[in-house]
Design a protein around this ligand. Structure first.
Ligand code: SF4
Length: 319
């Protein structure tokens, strides 16, 4: 059946989709930034680190990845025997796009000449497999501190691609890493002025923001946490109101796993929702069609597989 015909079919309920996928040997993974329907249809929902760990251990024969392209590539690297496919191949990432492999190679050469030695390159997982293949170790927002701390203090470090996460690591760990000038367009939109207005309107609330947010927003927060850290905090809290400064679909997971609290999406400067436009490309219709087509498939060029996988495995060995 053609994709176009399938999208015209009525999409079943999330549990039916999951059961259908199970019967057909497909594991559905979903990132926490996906809409609630996709999270409900998935066999496993997590942040980048949780999904990487799951993909490495799942022994799945086929994975349908509801997330963005670099995440599906990561699943393919860690689960090379599996067919990996996605609901929408166009679901990319502005942060990953801000660091092209050829530009990174040229900058590393420049730094090596300038420093007289090759810097250790740490890459936030939000980058392409071609960039990962050039890096020594990968990190996620959940383990970035431990990964950077695992590198000797006298080693020069180049951190790519997120300047805000890198800046937060420099501040909190007292390091002087050289930062790539990249940013996530969703987290960059949070505005400190509108955040302060929301805090004033909700006295007693607790503001939690992601380290991908700009410094003025982080400085106005009670806690700066990766998504796993946020989840731990809200689960251990009772009757609190949280202002949440990350992609707004994360609130779906909070409300499901910690319904005892109230959650407010932190506002952006020009938009109240802060939804990732790339994640939004994945829809229930496209998921259903992709399961039937077992495509579009995501692959990684053979020469990139080994170095990119090694950089990921060094991360998994640290935490
Ligand atoms: S939220 Fe930002 S970093 Fe995450 S996928 Fe979207 S654009 Fe990329």
């Amino acid at each position: 059946m053609k994709n176009q015909e399938l999208t015209l079919l009525e999409v079943p309920e999330p549990a039916e989709i999951r059961d259908w996928a199970t019967e057909n040997g497909i594991t559905i993974l979903a990132h926490s930034y996906q809409e609630g329907f996709l999270q409900e249809a998935a066999h496993f929902v997590g942040d980048s680190l949780e999904l990487a760990r799951y993909a490495a251990k799942a022994n799945a024969k086929a994975i349908c990845f509801c997330g963005v392209h670099f995440m599906a590539e990561t699943a393919k690297l860690l689960s090379p025997e599996a067919e990996v496919f996605v609901p929408d191949m166009e679901a990319g990432c502005s942060l990953a796009d801000s660091c092209k492999a050829e530009d990174l190679a040229a900058f590393k050469e420049h730094l090596t000449r300038k420093l007289g030695k090759r810097p250790t390159t740490v890459a936030y997982v939000n980058c392409s497999a071609a960039v990962k293949a050039q890096c020594d170790i990968i990190c996620t927002s959940g383990n970035a501190r431990q990964v950077v701390e695992s590198i000797p203090e006298d080693e020069p470090i180049l951190f790519v691609p997120d300047k805000h996460l890198g800046g937060w690591l420099n501040e909190t760990l007292g390091r002087e890493m050289i930062l790539w000038n990249g940013a996530c367009e969703v987290h960059e939109l949070f505005s400190v002025d509108t955040l302060k207005d929301m805090q004033a309107d909700n006295p007693g609330s607790i503001t939690i923001t992601h380290p991908e947010c700009p410094k003025p927003v982080r400085d106005a927060s009670d806690h700066v946490l990766g998504t796993a850290g946020m989840l731990r905090l809200v689960k251990s809290s009772e009757g609190e109101t949280f202002i949440v400064g990350t992609e707004a679909n994360m609130i779906y997971r909070f409300e499901k796993e910690a319904p005892q609290n109230t959650y407010l999406a932190a506002p952006g400067a020009s938009c109240a929702c802060n939804l990732c436009p790339y994640m939004q490309l994945n829809t229930p219709e496209k998921l259903w069609a992709s399961l039937h087509k077992r495509g579009p498939q995501v692959d990684v060029a053979e020469e990139l597989r080994e170095p990119a996988r090694l950089a990921l495995e060094r991360m998994l060995a640290v935490v």
